[in-house]
Design a protein around this ligand. Structure first.
Ligand SMILES: Cc1cc2nc3c(=O)[nH]c(=O)nc-3n(C[C@H](O)[C@H](O)[C@H](O)COP(=O)(O)OP(=O)(O)OC[C@H]3O[C@@H](n4cnc5c(N)ncnc54)[C@H](O)[C@@H]3O)c2cc1C
Length: 444
């Protein structure tokens, strides 16, 4: 093993993959994770004799990086491809929203607009030149090419649900990324969509990475957040170590895989102002998810987009309409999802308060719904749930090499033009490890 020590801040998929790749190259790695579980936003919790993600998760057919990693870790055969059931809740009704045929049956739109919406999907799935799309907001593109009705009844409510006050600024490239990826999950334009789920939850991927790291001698530290970085007294622009509440540990290289604002909290004052300013320009929407363990199913849909802005949530993801309830002791697992600003009161509510707020609206989805069905409620929060990607973002992506020597950044702000996801965090981990290894070889 090389004498070079690399400290990695953040034990999500970017951090664990970077550690795994660098360990393979012979470097000594230490991973610091501030919470008590590995996996970051893809972490899981024990429930009903198995494990389940804090936040609903699945993989797409185009997720080549994470699928490749699973093969390499020897768990590629532990994926199940399952037909997804996507729905759209509008004006008190659930509409299927998977195939072009479903779109043709989407009555809230007039027939011409249903056809137009279908073409929008087919067209965007074939577009590769996203650069053209990043100059325009999703709102302007939809209004120009699809018209007011499609914006008002479909995309407007969805964009507002996900991005709140920032919805009108979201770039068309972001929406393209979402639609493009879905096209890869079906075999042919009219086919159903299949999504992948690891047998035993995403924990099997996280655990396989952690096991490999342990086997290679990695120093893995849970519940040890970085609270600062040290610099060389003779050269304040060289990072020399990581500070935790317990100790200061010297490193030759430090890689931060934490969100932009968390990075700025630990960065030394010598960090260049323009780099810091770049990180401050990108906002995140927070995510708050209420996980319900229910005796009965709420609907027949796996992924239900809520296009009704009088409802206090944006999505209902009934995991057990994807993976059967028999795998969860017969219980139904329902995530009620929201993206919002961190200062939104819902982000801070207890599970009981959120449930009281949501329950009357769950009844609008299924009039038979009764609060008595719910055996357990768990609230889960992510401060940096979704970066808000605005126009011409390609020109504002922070560099992986920070202006400080020995300090690198690999986080979801650097995923583009695709939307963030575990696949792209694996790619980030692979990319950053290549960059660091190149720099170390050059310096040697
Ligand atoms: C509601 C929701 C649903 C999602 N659904 C899907 C899906 O279906 N499929 C999919 O592929 N992706 C999904 N994602 C996205 C995916 O989970 C993330 O993009 C990915 O896991 C991010 O990985 P990461 O390592 O880049 O960042 P993170 O997972 O955010 O990891 C960063 C880690 O750094 C830690 N940290 C922060 N500050 C410090 C510090 N000072 N010191 C030490 N550690 C620190 C954090 O605790 C965290 O563990 C979803 C995300 C959300 C919020």
């Amino acid at each position: 093993m090389s004498a070079i020590r690399i400290g990695i801040i953040g034990g999500g998929y970017a951090g664990l993959t970077a550690a795994y790749e660098l360990q393979k190259r012979g470097y000594a790695v230490t991973v610091f994770e501030k919470y008590g579980t590995w996996g970051g936003q893809a972490a899981t919790l024990p429930l009903l004799g198995t494990r389940i993600e804090f936040f609903y998760h699945h993989l797409f057919g185009s997720d080549a990086h994470i699928l490749g990693l699973m093969d390499e870790l020897g768990i590629g055969d532990q994926l199940r491809w399952i037909e997804s059931k996507v729905g759209f809740f509008y004006d008190g009704q659930i509409y299927d929203f998977v195939t072009p045929l479903d779109l043709l049956r989407f009555k809230p739109l007039n027939l011409v607009n249903r056809i137009k919406l279908g073409f929008m999907y087919l067209y965007l799935q074939r577009v590769n030149d996203w650069q053209r799309l990043e100059r325009v907001t999703a709102r302007d593109w939809i209004l120009r090419y699809m018209g007011q009705e499609i914006y008002d009844k479909v995309w407007g409510p969805l964009l507002r649900g996900k991005f709140g006050d920032w919805a009108d600024q979201v770039s068309m490239t972001w929406l393209w990324g979402k639609i493009k990826v879905r096209g890869t999950s079906r075999r042919g334009a009219v086919a159903k969509e299949t999504l992948a789920y690891p047998q035993g939850s995403f924990e099997i991927i996280t655990q396989a990475l952690v096991d490999r790291l342990r086997l290679g001698g990695a120093d893995l530290r849970l519940n040890q957040g970085a609270i600062g970085l040290t610099t060389d007294p003779a050269d304040p622009c060289r990072v020399t170590g990581v500070v935790t509440r317990r100790e200061t540990i010297p490193f030759d290289v430090v890689i931060a895989t934490v969100p932009g604002d968390a990075f700025l909290e630990i960065a030394p004052p010598s960090l260049d102002d323009s780099y810091a300013a770049l990180l401050r320009t990108v906002r995140y929407q927070a995510a708050v998810v209420l996980l319900l363990v229910s005796q009965r199913s709420l609907s027949r849909i796996y992924w239900m987009n809520i296009a009704d802005r009088t409802m206090p949530f944006v999505g209902v993801i009934e995991h057990t309409n994807y993976v059967p309830p028999s795998e969860y002791q017969g219980r139904h697992l329902i995530y009620v999802s929201n993206y919002l600003e961190r200062d939104d009161p819902r982000f801070h509510m207890t599970a009981d308060r959120l449930f009281d707020l949501y329950a009357p609206h769950l009844k609008r989805i299924n009039p038979a719904f009764e609060p008595g069905w719910i055996e357990k409620k768990i609230v889960l929060r992510a401060e940096a749930g979704q970066p808000v990607i605005t126009c011409n973002y390609s020109q504002r992506i922070p560099d992986h090499r920070t202006p400080l020597k020995g300090l690198y950044l690999a986080n979801t702000l650097q995923i583009y033009p695709e939307d963030r996801g575990t696949n792209y965090s694996v790619r980030l981990g692979q990319t950053i490890s290549r960059i660091v290894a190149q720099d170390l070889t050059r310096e040697a």
